[in-house]
Design a protein around this ligand. Structure first.
Ligand SMILES: [Cu+2]
Length: 601
């Protein structure tokens, strides 16, 4: 019998300019080793892939780091090396609301919410407001006066409750070009909802419960080059719609997407919900569902390119693997989850079987016309994990379980150990296990990269309502309301000597496409060398159900470093970086500064 396990997908997209400075090898982890421009014939193919763009991409035809047999910093002294495996601390003992969906906002509040259709949370809504209770425990009060969303201060752990009217259970969302959270879909009265939350002191969600064309439950939302959002898929929705980033009133329209119907498995398993979507540098989208993927023109619905199947299992919800587009570099210089996993874990109750999650990792170089999946194994199996891009360009795999699938009580054996993935190291050396947490983060848990480069970890609710340690009820995994912060190895105190501090007041925070801007560093003693730094720009994702929508990291072109003044070139267009808010970091010897918020338009 075939089993389905979770696995993860890493998609690589390597982009750079030939004019980039070649950096000293000691800190050259993210630049290409082969600086030879592509021969004309290959370059022509490259145009074919992404269409004609207003500038040249001479890096096509270069070997991506993953395909080199030589490690990039081989033989070099690793300046920023640390033995530290990270550290954990509890940031809040009770946040009141289980973190099912999370978005970091430009005012340094993390907003999270679960649903309004699964009973009561553990915190009263303030100011008080009640509505009839949906779902939850039979003996609970008929009126639900609890909050289902909060705004969490990432510095002080202070909580402000948020009123959510329409149920955002298993919904989608993203940070808009204006810095607002735009939330879409959900269940019941929230199936077709669009909600907007502005990052202001006493703001609540503004909602329109009938804004979308179709029900969107388990859909994916991603920003397009002009800042509008595509909302794709969801249960029984083999299509997508494009919505404005700043309005609750619009005329919705629908585009069919046969890929979603073709990739939907029968018997209630689906296996293609929360499709993985990434915006590519030509404005098209990479869309991955179940095991199939394409490059899609979002405006016409046309398949630009069919990509090879990724064999070995199902990757989307509910087997819930992970996926991230590897950093976009503008400065260059099988066993496991089968298709039946969800049938076994959830659909044939009460006789459940939790198959081991997949531990394989597929990587596809989208720059290559005939790209094939390159497979590697992670150190452990993981389902429902998050895959976060770190400010340094490495990838963090965190949260999740080792057995089962998404869905209530459908998994076991929490995976407590985060894994660091270094995309530019040679095959076989890319994964490193970090310090484990003591708190299981199973179904409906989240994580987020913070401006200080720590990782906020919250949530986990494998139950249909809140089952808390003080409730006296039986549970395998309680509804988890504790919030943690994880400090990856780059925050080790021993590396503080490399950590730069951005002078926010003297740095440009409004960026214009293609224009130079400056970032000022507080100089401690030594002069900063261009070859020792990287400037990266991170789009804070909307994370839910093991997938971080809108996540991207760009490694920017540095044109000059003069003492503490770094001149950087902003990304050329909305195709590379949709308009909006990003966290900007200066990474020195692989040690990130604290990030500052910038806005590009
Ligand atoms: Cu869910």
């Amino acid at each position: 019998m075939a089993l389905f396990f979770k696995s993860l997908i890493v998609l690589s997209l390597f982009i750079g300019f030939s004019a980039a400075t070649v950096r000293p090898s000691a800190v050259n982890r993210y630049s290409e080793t082969d600086q030879t421009p592509a021969p004309p014939s290959e370059e022509k193919n490259a145009w074919g892939i992404f269409g004609r763009l207003p500038f040249k991409f001479p890096w096509f035809g270069q070997k991506p780091p993953g395909e080199n047999d030589k490690e990039i910093d081989e033989g070099a002294e690793e300046v920023g090396f640390t033995q530290n495996l990270g550290s954990w601390r509890i940031d809040s003992e009770n946040a009141g609301v289980s973190a099912m969906h999370i978005q970091l906002m430009p005012n340094n509040k993390a907003v999270w919410y679960d649903s309004t259709s699964n009973g009561l949370s553990d915190i009263e809504l303030n100011p008080r407001s009640c509505k009839p209770r949906f779902g939850g425990k039979e003996n609970d009060p008929e009126q639900d006066c609890t909050a289902h969303g909060i705004e969490y201060d990432i510095e002080t752990a202070e909580i402000r409750t948020l009123k959510v009217d329409t149920s955002p259970w298993c919904s989608s969302g993203g940070l808009s070009r204006n810095g607002d959270l735009v939330s879409t879909g959900g269940d019941k009265d929230g199936f077709r909802a669009v909600r907007i939350l502005k990052p202001c002191k006493n703001c609540d969600f503004q909602e329109n419960s009938r804004a979308l064309y179709l029900n969107r439950w388990y859909a994916t939302q991603h920003a397009l080059e002009d800042g509008s959002f595509i909302v794709m898929g969801g249960r029984n929705a083999y299509n997508y719609e494009i919505i404005p980033p700043d309005s609750l009133e619009f005329t919705p329209s629908l585009v069919e997407l046969p890929l979603l119907e073709e990739s939907s498995d029968d018997g209630g398993r689906e296996n293609n919900l929360y499709p993985f979507v990434n915006l590519l540098p030509d404005g098209n989208l990479f869309v991955f569902a179940n095991y199939k993927s394409i490059i899609l023109n979002p405006y016409t619905g046309e398949t630009v390119r069919q990509l090879p199947d990724l064999p070995g299992g199902s990757r989307n919800y509910p087997p819930s693997g992970m996926s991230a587009l590897l950093p976009i570099n503008l400065d260059i210089d099988e066993n496991g989850n089968t298709r039946e996993a969800y049938t076994l874990s959830d659909l044939q109750q009460p006789k459940r079987t939790f198959l081991p999650a997949l531990n394989d990792c597929g990587r596809l170089n989208l720059n290559r016309e005939n790209a094939q999946w390159e497979k590697e194994n992670m150190p452990s199996e993981r389902v429902m994990g998050d895959m976060l891009l770190l400010p340094t360009g490495d990838v963090l795999m965190i949260n999740g379980a080792k057995k089962g699938t998404s869905a209530w009580d459908a998994a076991a054996d929490p995976n407590l150990t985060p894994v660091l993935y270094s995309p530019n190291k040679e095959k076989g050396k890319r994964f490193e296990e970090l310090k484990p947490s003591g708190i299981p983060r199973m179904y409906h848990s989240v994580s987020a990269v913070l401006p200080n480069a720590q990782i906020l970890v919250a949530g986990s609710n494998t139950n249909a309502y809140y089952k808390l340690p003080h409730s006296g009820e039986k549970y395998t995994y309680p509804t988890e309301l504790r919030v943690e912060k994880f400090s990856p190895p780059y925050l080790a105190p021993g590396l503080d000597k490399y950590r730069l501090e951005i002078n926010e007041g003297r740095s440009d925070k409004g960026l214009k496409y293609g224009n130079e801007f400056t970032v000022e560093i507080e100089i401690k003693k030594d002069e900063i060398k261009k070859g020792d730094i990287k400037v990266t720009m991170y789009s804070p994702p909307f994370t839910t159900h093991g997938y971080s929508m809108n996540q991207r990291l760009l490694i920017l072109k540095i044109s000059n470093v003069d003492k503490g003044k770094i001149t950087v070139v902003a990304p050329p267009s909305g195709k590379l970086a949709p308009p909006g808010y990003y966290l900007l970091f200066v990474v020195h010897h692989d040690v990130p500064s604290r990030g500052i918020w910038v806005q590009i338009q």
